[in-house]
Design a protein around this ligand. Structure first.
Ligand code: FAD
Length: 415
């Protein structure tokens, strides 16, 4: 067992590793480059809308077992809210149709055989591509395995894969699509209940974690960017923070839980994913209509999902790279006109904010997926964590937390 474990990066991967190790009584020091914890999953006060918002809407599903364990371990599971069953309301802006996808709880997908539960204009048979993805050879792209066309693709399979992989689905890695389908749709409705951090990501996933770490005596150092690792043949000897070097004692270990580009600059010879996809979020300060569902899928618009919060509507657009150069006010207007059509709210633009995360996730292509390293390294006291390490899942909260748990197990010698 390591004497002190230095965890670099206070995103969900770093925090989950810190929680696991501190729970075992290991002395933990977390070093975070910025002034806030949470990384790509954070809340902050935004002056334009005059309220606390999340950098992006984050959806969890009830089958995300590591994420739910993490929330239980910090006493925050009650902050996640969602319907009692797996329900997903949709609107098609082209046709004006509205429907709700309703998965049944059990493993047998009875919902496929009930036209009131599946997407309109589709037959049970149209969902066979989901099985093809489960059974396909893993190195392929989705577009090589299924036809990315037809009503079931446009109304369910495509939106699901786009949201889960954050990539135009035909380019996406079959291995990652299969993992998502296996852990959600194929596990039955009980694993697919949508869960949202209604009070915000910070209040749900981050602040309770920091409080639990503080309670256990773990040290979290903000504005403490790791600049370099001093390595010997088989171990890391010291951490270089620029104006301060931390020498590692014999039993000490390091978990590097930073994004891939940061890890590549710190670890000699480390191959990492090099391509990314953006996510665009828009936030509007306005009271949602009384009957607005917490989450609404939108088809045939710029907008893909609308999330309703008290006093705010927020929109997510995945693989949003095409929107990175659009003028912010033009984008806000375009997005709001979709929201107004979907909700019946007036066309006048309310106070808004647009958050464009350029490197929201690594590009979930087969080629980039193949570049993901495992958690173990050639240095015996250095482990890697992060949603981009080889978790077998796309870049998600669930993947980030599993990677942190795995790295913690490795440095604790329990893998
Ligand atoms: C807009 C958006 C929407 C998303 N939606 C969803 C969703 O709906 N569902 C879902 O499951 N996932 C979603 N994700 C993905 C999810 O947010 C990430 O998978 C997860 O937060 C990644 O956590 P991480 O700890 O691996 O990395 P990060 O959050 O990137 O954490 C890395 C940390 O390391 C720090 N760091 C970097 N370099 C150094 C250094 N040299 N020294 C010290 N610290 C350093 C960074 O500042 C950061 O805090 C979304 C992501 C975005 C951006």
């Amino acid at each position: 067992m390591a004497a002190t474990v230095h965890i670099v990066g206070a995103g969900l991967a770093g925090l989950s590793a810190a929680l696991k190790l501190s729970e075992r009584g290991t002395r933990v020091v977390v070093h975070e480059a910025t002034a806030f914890a949470g990384g790509r999953c954070r809340s902050y006060h935004d002056a334009a809308v005059g309220m606390t918002i999340d950098n992006g809407n984050h959806l969890l599903l009830s089958g995300n077992r590591a994420a739910l364990d993490y929330l239980r371990s910090i006493g925050a599971e009650q902050h996640l809210v969602g319907p009692r069953t797996a329900e997903f309301p949709f609107i098609d802006l082209a046709s004006g149709e509205r429907w709700t996808l309703r998965l049944n709880d059990g493993l047998l997908p009875l919902w496929l055989f009930n036209s009131a539960r599946r997407a309109p204009g589709t037959r049970a048979f149209d969902y066979v591509p989901l099985l093809k993805l489960l059974w396909a050879r893993p190195g392929k792209a989705i577009g090589e395995v299924i036809r990315c066309d037809g009503p079931a693709y446009h109304r369910l399979v495509g939106p699901l894969l786009l949201a889960a992989l954050n990539i135009d689905p035909p380019q996406g890695a079959v291995r990652l699509a299969a993992a998502v389908i296996r852990e959600t749709l194929a596990a039955g409705g009980r694993a697919c209940r949508p869960l949202i951090a209604r009070a915000g990501l910070g209040a749900t996933l981050i602040e309770p974690a920091l409080a639990r770490l503080a309670q256990r005596g773990a040290v979290v150092r903000m504005d403490h960017q790791l600049r370099g690792l001093r390595v010997a043949a088989d171990r890391v000897e010291a951490l270089d923070f620029g104006n301060e070097a931390v020498a590692l004692a014999a039993g000490d270990a390091v978990i590097l839980a930073v994004p891939p580009y940061a890890a590549a600059s710190l670890v000699p010879g480390l191959a990492v994913p090099l391509e990314f996809r953006a996510i665009v979020n828009a936030h509007f300060r306005i009271e949602p209509p009384a009957d607005q569902p917490p989450m609404l899928g939108v088809l045939n618009g710029t907008v893909e999902w609308i999330f309703a919060f008290p006093g705010r509507l927020s929109v997510t657009i995945s693989a949003g790279d095409r929107l990175l150069d659009t003028a912010r006010d033009v984008l806000a207007q375009t997005i709001w006109s979709d929201v107004a059509s979907a909700t019946g709210l007036p066309a006048a633009l309310p106070p808004w904010q647009i958050v464009r995360e350029r490197r929201a996730t690594f590009a979930a292509t087969p080629a980039q997926d193949a570049r993901r390293p495992g958690a173990e390294t050639t240095w015996r006291n250095l482990a890697l964590a992060g949603d981009w390490t080889n978790t077998g899942l796309p870049a998600t909260i669930e993947g980030a937390i599993r990677s942190g748990n795995r790295a913690a197990a490795i440095v604790a010698g329990h893998h």
